[in-house]
Ligand binder design. Structure first.
Ligand code: NAD
Length: 475
């Protein structure tokens, strides 16, 4: 039995104006799952109008009251975590225990930004005794949030919580592959946490039919996009046409550098996690592993054993899940084939597990790779790693920075001076030392170069969901 899910607009489930629905799929089996509403420009219009109608009243609330509602949402996410985890696991294919980490992160975004509600402040500027000048941080109005499928509620919380706490209202378009937990969260926020109807609306559907009308809608005053470079460019053009601010959280091909003075066992375990977590479907995945030539052979041997020892999850416990979409599964296979054509050698992985019905792949590591090959330059978004030696710090930095992307980088070293020296030279929005990934809801996150612009997380995100007004009074 599959369920049909409508949009969530103005505190109610609303049928799509087209009357049409789209099937999601269950990655563990490859079979059809629940259906979601196929959103159109008319549905987006209804949601944007609802969000705009209640925005002035939401913004007029005392910040401490907005914060209290966000804290209630955080509490309820935790109370209902088991249900959210089960649905998120069904939609994405990730093990339930892994989904639990992400649902907890979502709760933490509401908790963190709820707690910061009263800390959104301006400043006074001294222009001499005849003036009083000050700044205020004001919301944009209605924010459009467009999300991918790899960590649905985690990324939703990351964008929605700072947008709401700053006095904006929101229309979200989750990925057409993983929309349902977002609908459940919005309903819970309104029905149980006290969020006024219309402050958070969810429109489901495809990028072209639903996402584009959202970016183009005149009532949408800022867009927060997380997804591919391809879609980011399309959205960037639409946003440029309307001169609305945009934050782009895009992809990566992140370097993970292992120096000869690293704790080898920790570096191996961390490097495996860096490219296999969430079956490699993570924007910040460390997919280019650069290893000092003096430890390269030893590292490769240990890495191969560690990758071979990885187990598939039973759906509940930790382990590898399937890829979330069929297209992603096909893409990973196309890249592993391309790697061989380009002359790379497969150290481990490659074959398909024969006893699995869903979109499972084995983590695969390639050697004999140079940084100009496509498998070293393009984001694969699956558990595929290229291993490359380097001779000194300078060469490691040069290879690391020789990429169109700049989302994250890892360093493994026991030399603190080296850690700081290399971190300073890396072109990436995040540098992790001796852990990959690292950080929390408090640490700003975003990309250099083609990995995007703007920042989510931390205090910094609040600057992206507010605009500064300066008032100057002649006394
Ligand atoms: P995608 O770009 O295909 O889709 C993302 C979202 O954008 C979906 O909701 C989709 O429907 C919508 N969309 C697509 N085209 C659109 C258009 N023209 N106008 C408006 N909306 C449009 O990405 P995906 O396959 O869902 O996700 C994988 C990508 O996301 C990877 O590249 C990954 O690196 C990136 N990602 C980045 C981060 C980050 O924080 N930097 C986090 C997770 C994923």
């Amino acid at each position: 039995m599959t369920t049909q899910w409508n949009h969530y607009i103005n505190g109610d489930f609303v049928a799509p104006s087209s009357g049409e629905f789209i099937h999601e799929f269950v990655p563990m089996t490859g079979l059809q799952g629940d259906q979601i509403a196929r959103g159109s420009a008319a549905d987006v219009d209804q949601a944007a109008n609802s969000a705009a109608a209640v925005q002035p009243a939401w913004n007029a609330r005392k910040p401490i009251e907005r914060g209290r509602i966000l804290l209630a949402i955080a509490r309820l996410i935790r109370t209902n975590a088991a249900a959210f985890c089960a649905k998120e696991a069904e939609e994405t294919g990730k093990p339930v225990k892994m989904a639990a980490f992400e649902i907890e992160a979502c709760a933490q975004y509401f908790e963190y930004y709820g707690g910061l509600a009263t800390a959104i402040q301006g400043e006074t500027i001294n222009l001499g005794p005849n003036y009083h000048a000050y700044t205020t941080r004001e919301p944009f109005g209605v924010v459009g949030v467009i999300l991918p499928w790899n960590s649905p509620l985690n990324q939703a919380g990351r964008a929605i919580a700072p947008a709401l706490v700053s006095g904006n209202t929101v229309v979200v378009k989750p990925s057409e592959f993983t929309s349902i937990t977002m609908l459940q969260l919005a309903e819970m926020a309104v029905k149980e946490a006290g969020l006024p109807a219309g402050v958070l609306n969810v429109i489901t559907g495809t990028g072209k039919e639903t996402g584009e009308p959202l970016v183009k809608h005149p009532l949408i005053r800022k867009v927060a996009f997380t997804g591919s470079v391809r879609a980011g460019k399309e959205i960037g053009k639409l946003a440029a046409d309307r001169i609305i601010p945009l934050s782009l959280e895009l992809g990566g091909k992140s370097p993970n550098i292992v120096f000869e003075d690293a704790d080898l066992d920790r570096a191996v375990a961390g490097s495996v996690f860096a490219f296999t977590v969430n079956t490699g479907q993570v924007c910040l995945a460390g997919t280019r592993c650069l290893v000092h030539e003096s430890i390269y052979q030893k590292f490769a041997k240990k890495l191969a054993s560690a990758v071979e020892a990885l187990q598939f999850s039973d759906g509940e416990n930790f382990g590898l899940g399937p890829l979330t979409t069929k297209a992603q599964y096909e893409q990973v296979h196309a890249y592993t084939k391309l790697a061989i054509q380009e002359g790379a050698e497969q150290l481990v992985g490659g074959d398909v597990p024969s006893d699995k019905a869903g979109w499972y792949v084995r983590p695969t590591v390639f050697t004999n790779v140079n940084n100009s090959m496509r498998i070293a330059r393009e984001e694969i978004f699956g558990p595929v790693l290229v291993l490359m030696p380097f001779k000194d710090e300078q060469e490691a930095v040069a290879i690391a920075n020789d990429s169109e992307y700049g989302l994250a980088a890892g360093l493994w070293t026991s030399d603190l001076a080296r850690a700081h020296r290399v971190a300073a030279q890396i072109e990436a929005g995040q540098v992790y030392v001796n852990e990959y990934p690292s950080g929390g809801v408090e640490t700003p996150f975003g990309g250099f170069k083609q990995s995007g612009y703007g920042r989510e997380k931390g205090l910094e995100a609040l600057h992206h969901y507010t605009q500064t007004k300066t008032t100057i009074i002649r006394i």
